[in-house]
Design a protein around this ligand. Sequence first.
Ligand SMILES: NC(=O)c1ccc[n+]([C@@H]2O[C@H](COP(=O)([O-])OP(=O)(O)OC[C@H]3O[C@@H](n4cnc5c(N)ncnc54)[C@H](OP(=O)(O)O)[C@@H]3O)[C@@H](O)[C@H]2O)c1
Length: 273
Amino acid sequence: MVHPFTHNAGERLHANAHDEWASVPGLFRSANEPLPACWSAIFGPLRAGRPDAPFAVGQIGQSLDGRIATATGHSHYVNGPHGLEHLHRLRAVMDAVVVGIGTALADDPQLTVRRVEGPSPARVVIDPQGRLPGSARLLAADGVRRIIVTRRTTATDWPADIEKITLTGNGDGIAPSDILAALGSAGFRRILIEGGANTVSRFLAAGCLDRLHIVVAPVLIGSGPSGVTLPPIAWMDEAIRPAVAMHPLGDEMLFDCDFSAQRKAWGRVNTSA
Ligand SMILES: NC(=O)c1ccc[n+]([C@@H]2O[C@H](COP(=O)([O-])OP(=O)(O)OC[C@H]3O[C@@H](n4cnc5c(N)ncnc54)[C@H](OP(=O)(O)O)[C@@H]3O)[C@@H](O)[C@H]2O)c1
């Protein structure tokens, strides 16, 4: 297996990997074209499935002790440049990127591809109560679709060109499978559930992730919010043990967790949308 990063000089990209990345977003979307060897181990598994079969990958960047921020909520940045570049590469091969309203309010993210070459995906925020201000940066008009998934039916100050998906929910919120089905109907096939931990954990608990990329940075935070948080279990034999592939990203480590065997069906992609 050829990794994009050399093992004995963790900070350096494998020779040519950086140059070869430029071709990956295009090749990724053409079913019969192989990816460059140095990128296929990480991104090849994300090409799985039929053209009308939706696919969801979650991502979490965390510390060695499983934290995603300090106790005060400061999180910029847990990951270093290699982890952040990986996140932008994920965005560049996905059709839509999804964040929860907690992340949208805390970070005011742009959710564009800036650190590597590649197209920016559509941006989706899950905002059941309609708390997102119309000035949020992810709503900026830059040519990509911007979508708010909400339960709110009354007026907001969201720009008129924002697509709104209104879904009902229950006491646990909106079913992640309903969100993915609606995004499939809107024409999105490959969907990145970028965060925060609350949102990613909801999708994982609902069996709505094909894969989860956990990028661990060599830092100990010691307290603060955790990454994946699931309903409590009593015994270790109830713990989830996915197949995991590990990929060094400079001095960080990507754990690529495969949940495809346990993920639920959530409909078909509308390929004409
Ligand atoms: N390390 C990383 O990889 C990473 C990535 C992204 C963000 N972050 C950090 O994570 C923090 C924010 O994350 P967070 O976990 O607190 O919040 P979050 O996941 O961004 O947002 C959670 C909120 O989104 C809404 N939501 C999401 N899924 C829903 C569903 N299925 N049904 C109904 N509502 C749903 C709910 O909003 P309501 O409360 O309005 O009901 C929920 O409280 C920030 O500090 C950010 O910097 C870290």
